[in-house]
Ligand binder design. Structure first.
Ligand code: ADP
Ligand code: MG
Length: 250
């Protein structure tokens, strides 16, 4: 077995009377693509938000690379090598695509994006080249000088993916990265995610689209009503009667 990059240990989280996560235990192996699937409202986004420090669990811990993440600020977690792509793209709408991708590259290097960094943006040829290369990979290079606000929904999602990739994270967390994309863009994104897998990046991917899950995942955990009801290889999960049952009535 490879090293464990991320260990979610016995995590619980309730919102008022609603138990969004119950006794979640999850181990993510180095270099693997681990998918988390489950019906709407199962707790997938909550779990991802716990991993990046946006939601503090009621109990349990998240351990990344031997360090406890619980209680750390999102930017500290990012600095340790965890990047994420949210379900709703978080981009800078008024800035060009190029600047959108340069900012997280700065933030990763300097620990924050400061006014000094902004005023020095034009001189940062290294970071600019890096951002351009990621935009090239993701198929958005021709649009690099456009305002991010002008992009289609699918392109915004790809831009956000570029903003994660440019940080060369050890662990990339993706919440429904292909939601809102055409089939063509979905397939391009699958190819890109396969390519970064070859580079050894560990990924946790929350996904509704089974075509995406079965194209990419090495392992799958199935969440339903805040609990992990099944875990295994795509083949094992596909044939699990508990999983079929959880998706009935979806
Ligand atoms: P998924 O991503 O699997 O669709 P979520 O993690 O978004 O599910 O939500 C799990 C459950 O927790 C849902 O019932 C949702 O309504 C509830 N929930 C999520 N976030 C909050 C919140 N901030 N406050 C109250 N309830 C929430
Ligand atoms: Mg969600």
């Amino acid at each position: 077995m490879n090293d464990i990059v991320l260990h979610v240990a016995d995590v619980d989280k309730s919102f008022g009377g609603l138990r969004a996560l119950s006794n979640i235990d999850l181990q993510i192996e180095e270099g693997k693509t681990h998918a988390i699937i489950g019906p709407n409202g199962a707790g997938k986004s909550t779990l991802l938000n716990v991993c990046v420090g946006r939601i503090v669990p009621d109990s349990g811990a998240v351990i990344f690379n031997g360090k406890a993440l619980t209680g750390r600020q999102p930017h500290e977690i990012n600095q340790l090598g965890v990047a994420r792509v949210f379900q709703t793209p978080e981009i800078f709408p008024d800035l060009s695509l190029l600047h959108n991708v340069m900012i997280p590259a700065f933030a990763k290097r300097d620990g924050a994006f400061t006014f000094n960094a902004w005023s020095g943006l034009v001189r940062e040829s290294g970071i600019r080249a890096e951002a351009e290369s990621v935009l090239e990979d993701i198929g958005l290079i021709e649009k690099k000088d456009l305002e991010a606000a002008s992009l289609s929904r699918g392109d915004k999602r790809r831009l956000e993916l570029a903003m994660g990739l440019v940080q060369h994270p050890r662990l990339l967390l993706l919440d429904e990265p292909t939601a809102g994309m055409s089939r063509h863009d979905t397939n391009r994104t699958i190819d890109l995610l396969k390519k970064i897998k070859e580079r050894g990046m560990t990924k946790v991917i929350i996904e509704h689209d089974m075509h995406v899950v079965f194209s990419l995942a090495d392992r799958i955990s199935v969440l339903a009503q805040g609990r992990i009801i099944a875990e295994g290889t795509p083949e094992e999960v596909r044939n699990d009667p508990k999983v079929k049952e959880a998706y009935l009535g979806e």
